[in-house]
Design a binder for this molecule. Sequence first.
Ligand SMILES: Cc1cc2nc3c(=O)[nH]c(=O)nc-3n(C[C@H](O)[C@H](O)[C@H](O)COP(=O)(O)OP(=O)(O)OC[C@H]3O[C@@H](n4cnc5c(N)ncnc54)[C@H](O)[C@@H]3O)c2cc1C
Length: 410
Amino acid sequence: MADCETRVIIGAGHAGGRAAEAMRQAGFAGEIVVIGEEPHVPYERPPLSKELLTGDEGPDKTFLNPPEFYADNAIDLRLNARAVRIDRAGHRVLVAGGDAVDYGKLLIATGGRVRHLACKGADLAGIHTIRTIDDSLSLRPRLTEGARVVVIGGGFIGLEVAASARTRGAHVTVVELADQVLARVADPAVGDLVADLHRSRGVHVMTGATVERLDGNGRVAEVICTDGETVAADVVVVGIGILPNQEIAADAGLEVANGIVADAFGQTSDPDIFAAGDVAFHYNPILGRHLRLESWENAQLGAIAVARNMVSDPQPYAAVPWFWSDQFDLNLQVVGAPETWDRLVTRGDPETGRSVIFYMDGAHVCGATAFNQGREARPLRRMVESSAAFTDAELADESLRLRDLAARGD
Ligand SMILES: Cc1cc2nc3c(=O)[nH]c(=O)nc-3n(C[C@H](O)[C@H](O)[C@H](O)COP(=O)(O)OP(=O)(O)OC[C@H]3O[C@@H](n4cnc5c(N)ncnc54)[C@H](O)[C@@H]3O)c2cc1C
């Protein structure tokens, strides 16, 4: 068994990279090994569907740190290396090719992998997904002026790709199964506002549309829906969500549900193994439940908190979930993760492009979406976190500043 000073991280993505850095910043002097299957140093994914697609720069700006950072900080970063098994009794991670790495404490930060379409034609050439730098760079040259791009899935990533493709001059159709876009995360009213923005920019948004098959002679040429509607396609981008990479944990006998079950400290059912980022089904003390988040902030601050817990005095990680999205010139700030709400309250006129929609549970704000009001994310989070009561009238009253209203919860 390793000396207990060794910290091993599986996954050299956003959470894994930040966790290694945070361990060093917390003063941890022992060995840190990061095992990552991708060829790149740890990087942030939000630009992959935005700036990396619309611009023509290389991927360096997405890197969390320059490549030399890892050697400079005595972090043993092993790229192109896939962890295949965790031997809990031996405190050891087995890597494809035969290597084994001993650990004292282990962090699993394996993120997620894209879901693929299961229909006929799903393996034709010209069908893309977006999760990695390489995915984004292989799609980018296909998003040309006049290209017919069909995006399957009207979630955040699908819509961001649609906006980027349209910005590059492509003809874009979004095909969404549900009756609204952003169905998994937003009220229909919010989804409709976002769909309207896309339509106003020339994107053809189809909702309630089920893809039956993809057709083409070796290369995709058409998307055919069950109602018979056919959309011509030079390129198809599938954005229908991810599956958490939790198998390595399940195979090791760790508790898994929708992700690897972890407490508020990031600790799994094995006290020497932790989980962070998209793969963690972690306990959120503010919401009082477990949830799995797919967000930059959770991969950043959540992973930093868990990393510190692995090297120093444990502190629970408690934050109101927060996510942003950029589509055309719309910046969306999504606060909270409400499962139910009894009504919405709108502040500001959505027609102007600047508004906030509150999700209400009685007098409590349980979530909010801000349109082009980036600076309001902080007070909105305070409102969701607090148990303060608000009336619909005061929330809608733009003469009252949100930060003053939010201070009521202090
Ligand atoms: C295109 C795109 C746009 C996004 N935009 C936004 C946004 O605007 N706002 C926002 O808040 N969030 C956004 N996100 C979400 C955010 O980027 C993710 O939540 C975050 O990247 C999760 O980090 P992670 O480290 O948990 O997982 P990942 O970044 O996926 O990293 C996991 C890493 O582990 C590796 N791995 C998996 N299994 C193994 C194994 N067995 N051995 C070795 N390595 C392994 C994977 O290859 C991967 O490199 C976006 C995500 C994507 C894909």
